[in-house]
Design a binder for this molecule. Structure first.
Ligand code: GLV
Ligand code: MN
Ligand code: MN
Length: 423
């Protein structure tokens, strides 16, 4: 006899807290950069929980981990998931919520004794953040066949490590092939990481898609010289050129207007000394827009500015693409379903695009995919102060559960995507 499954919010919060202890940093945050020792420890803990639930745990050649219920089912599951790697100054919720809520959904289904038409699975994908190895969403990109595993293994980190070596070191080179077989559908619960839901007093976001992302690394080479003796007109100052470019990126985003955003998040100067004109600057440019044509225009304007800057200061400027992903629209049937379930739960709900990148945008290449957002307190993320209220976590996990049950076919309903399309 089965009962109606229900998520246990305290159990979910307990797992979030326990995982948040691994790589904990001051201010309640987390540093678990991809494939570091802290990431290994986090992975091991989540895999232990997966085994404890009796799930089949599979690891592929890029270290993505997928746990399936029932364990003997090999047909395409309704897949949930996200990532457990963090930025160096991350919070406890980014990515972790989607993975642990997926685990909670499966635990609730098992506890209720409910059999679903399609199996259920939860995954965590390697190196979603892209802070250590570019591009971001690398594991899910390999999962869907957008990048071959050998090229991914050869990726070099900002600290000089090779991804394949680090993956072997932490013990997560698995045997499952990539690209993986497409799931039946994919749903990811994630914190919004922005201010919209909280500002409008809304509990659930039905995510319509993800904006396009362009990352480049810019290297400016000038000439080291004495800061006291070199007249201003005779300098080839890589530091000044980097500052000019950073200023330009901000002005460019303002000029193009919403939703264009632009960020220079990293600047390394060499030799980085008070009395030496910088010989080299390496900086990153992150541009994003929901409209790919405008994003392309922003990239072209950065190119032109770099050419003019190089000529004006007598420096050389080279650019290397770190990531380039087009905007993605989620399957409208899943967006509708998230909205429908949220309304049925008595939640306020709003359709909105995601400003951050997510594994769901990669899965959308191979199966119907969508996302559920919960509000972020003060819109803060990629910061130890990142927080989502427990009630909102409960609401989001509850919506995820019922969306997944509808997709998987349960509670006396045929699987949602298997229903004949309306005439
Ligand atoms: C990755 O999560 C990003 O959006 O930067
Ligand atoms: Mn994330
Ligand atoms: Mn993130």
């Amino acid at each position: 006899m089965s009962e109606r499954p229900a998520v246990d919010v305290d159990r979910l919060l307990g797992r979030l807290a326990a995982l948040g202890e691994i790589g904990a940093i001051d201010g309640g945050g987390v540093c678990r950069l991809a494939l570091t020792d802290a990431d290994r420890e986090g992975r091991d803990l989540v895999v232990t929980w997966m085994h404890d639930l009796g799930l089949r745990v599979d690891v592929d050649g890029i270290g993505n981990v997928t746990a399936t219920w029932p364990p003997d089912r090999l047909d395409p599951p309704v897949l949930m998931g996200s990532h457990i790697d963090t930025v160096a100054t991350g919070g406890r919720y980014d990515g972790n919520l989607g993975v642990l809520a997926g685990l909670e959904v499966i635990e609730a289904v098992i506890a209720a004794g409910v059999a679903t038409t399609h199996p259920l699975a939860v995954a965590f994908f390697t190196n979603e953040e892209g802070s250590r190895f570019a591009p971001d969403m690398l594991g899910s990109l390999v999962h869907v066949g957008g990048l071959d595993v050998e090229t991914a293994h050869d990726t070099i980190a900002v600290d000089g490590a090779r991804l394949g070596d680090e993956l072997a070191r932490v013990g997560y080179v698995g045997t499952q092939p990539t690209p993986a077989a497409a799931p039946h559908a994919y749903v990811e619960l994630h914190i919004e990481q922005g201010p919209v839901l909280e500002a409008e007093g809304i509990t659930i976001g039905a995510v319509t898609g993800v904006q396009g992302i362009s990352w480049q690394e810019v290297t400016i080479t000038g000439q080291a010289n004495h800061a006291g003796t070199t007249p201003m007109g005779l300098r080839h100052d890589a530091g000044w050129a980097a500052a000019r470019l950073a200023t330009f990126v901000r002005e460019l985003a303002l000029d193009l207007g919403d939703p264009q955003v632009g960020t220079v998040g990293r600047i390394d100067l060499h030799p980085d000394l008070v009395n030496v004109i910088a010989a080299r600057a390496v900086l990153t440019v992150d541009l994003r827009n929901t409209d790919d044509a405008v994003l392309g225009e922003a990239e072209r304007r950065v190119d032109t500015f770099c050419d003019e800057l190089a000529a004006a200061e007598g420096v050389t400027i080279t650019r290397r693409e770190l990531a380039r992903f087009e905007p993605v629209e989620f399957d409208p049937r899943i967006v509708d379903l998230v909205e429908e379930v949220a309304v049925a739960h008595g939640r306020t709900v709003k359709r909105l695009p995601s400003g951050a990148g997510h594994d769901a945008q990669m899965l959308a290449r191979v199966c119907p995919a969508g996302m559920v957002f919960t509000p972020s307190v003060a819109g803060i993320s990629h910061n130890p102060a990142e927080r989502t209220e427990p009630n909102d976590i409960g609401a989001g996990a509850g919506v995820l559960l019922d969306v997944v049950l509808r997709l998987a076919g349960a509670v006396e309903q045929p699987p949602y995507l298997d229903e004949a399309p309306p005439a």
